[in-house]
Design a binder for this molecule. Structure first.
Ligand SMILES: *Cc1c(COP(=O)(O)O)cnc(C)c1O
Length: 245
């Protein structure tokens, strides 16, 4: 309880917005080009309401169960101007139906099997679901995502995703990745740059999608991600304070 009261979300958010502005200025990009997703996993409803009051309209959760619990509580409060809920964590294929029901966007499509299940349930719901493909560009074994850490895996990925072009109820908007945890955020730059280069390549070769979005950058590395072309950043701790995820 005490901890919840200590967090000044308005102050934290002002700092994040300032750093977004600075990173945009350094890279000649307009701040409106960046969508800030506030990552609310493990955070209490009271803090999420505060974030909404500060003007945030994009929220991210990494577990279907947690989003199922929170969303109904918040939807009532916000029916006039609802935010968008982003599913940013790994979704097991068997939870695809539930993920479609609670998510406005899914960032973490990491297999064709999951994509096919999302397609099926989006079709049943009469919706077109925006999704991003999660890529593992660092090669870390602990990471989810399509393998894309060298020329060989990238070529295989491009062939593998061809069937997605036929999924009429999914709108593939772009790519997502998670950088490794490092001591100096500068070390994440090659990872973000690589995701952008892959996106640029897909734009030329896989014209069935616009590939407009790059979801990359978290609390420890978002200024670098913005410099490398992020269009969506996913921020938890810088807004809501430290957490043990
Ligand atoms: C938790 C989480 C974030 C936010 O992390 P912070 O370091 O708190 O900003 C971003 N993306 C994903 C996929 C997450 O699980």
């Amino acid at each position: 309880m005490g901890k919840e009261l200590q967090v000044n979300i308005a102050v934290n958010l002002a700092q994040v917005r300032e750093r977004i502005g600075e990173a945009c200025a350094r890279s000649g990009r307009p701040p409106e080009a960046i969508t800030l997703v506030a990552v609310t996993k493990t955070r209490p409803i009271g803090q999420i309401l505060q974030a909404y009051e500060c003007g945030l309209r994009d929220f991210g959760e990494n577990r279907v169960e947690e989003l199922e619990e929170k969303r109904p509580l918040l939807d009532n409060a916000w029916s006039a101007d609802p935010p968008r809920w982003h599913m940013i964590g790994h979704v097991q294929s068997r939870k695809a139906e539930r993920a479609v029901a609670v998510s406005d966007v899914v960032h973490s499509v990491d297999s064709l099997r999951l994509a096919a299940r999302l397609e099926r349930f989006a079709a049943q719901a009469g919706r077109i679901l925006p999704v991003l493909l999660e890529l593992n560009v660092s090669g870390e074994a602990s990471k989810y995502g399509f393998a894309a850490w060298d020329a060989e895996t990238l070529a295989a990925f491009e062939t593998e995703i061809e069937p997605l072009a036929t999924h009429e109820h999914l709108r593939v908007c772009g790519l997502m990745t998670m950088a490794p945890i490092v001591a100096d955020m500068e070390q994440t730059r090659p990872i973000f740059r690589r995701l952008r280069e892959i996106r640029d390549r897909l734009r030329e070769r896989c014209s069935w999608s616009g590939w407009e979005e790059l979801s990359m950058g978290m609390t420890d590395d978002y200024p670098v991600a913005i410099e490398e072309g992020a269009t969506i950043i996913r921020i938890g701790r810088a807004i809501f304070g430290p957490a043990d995820y």
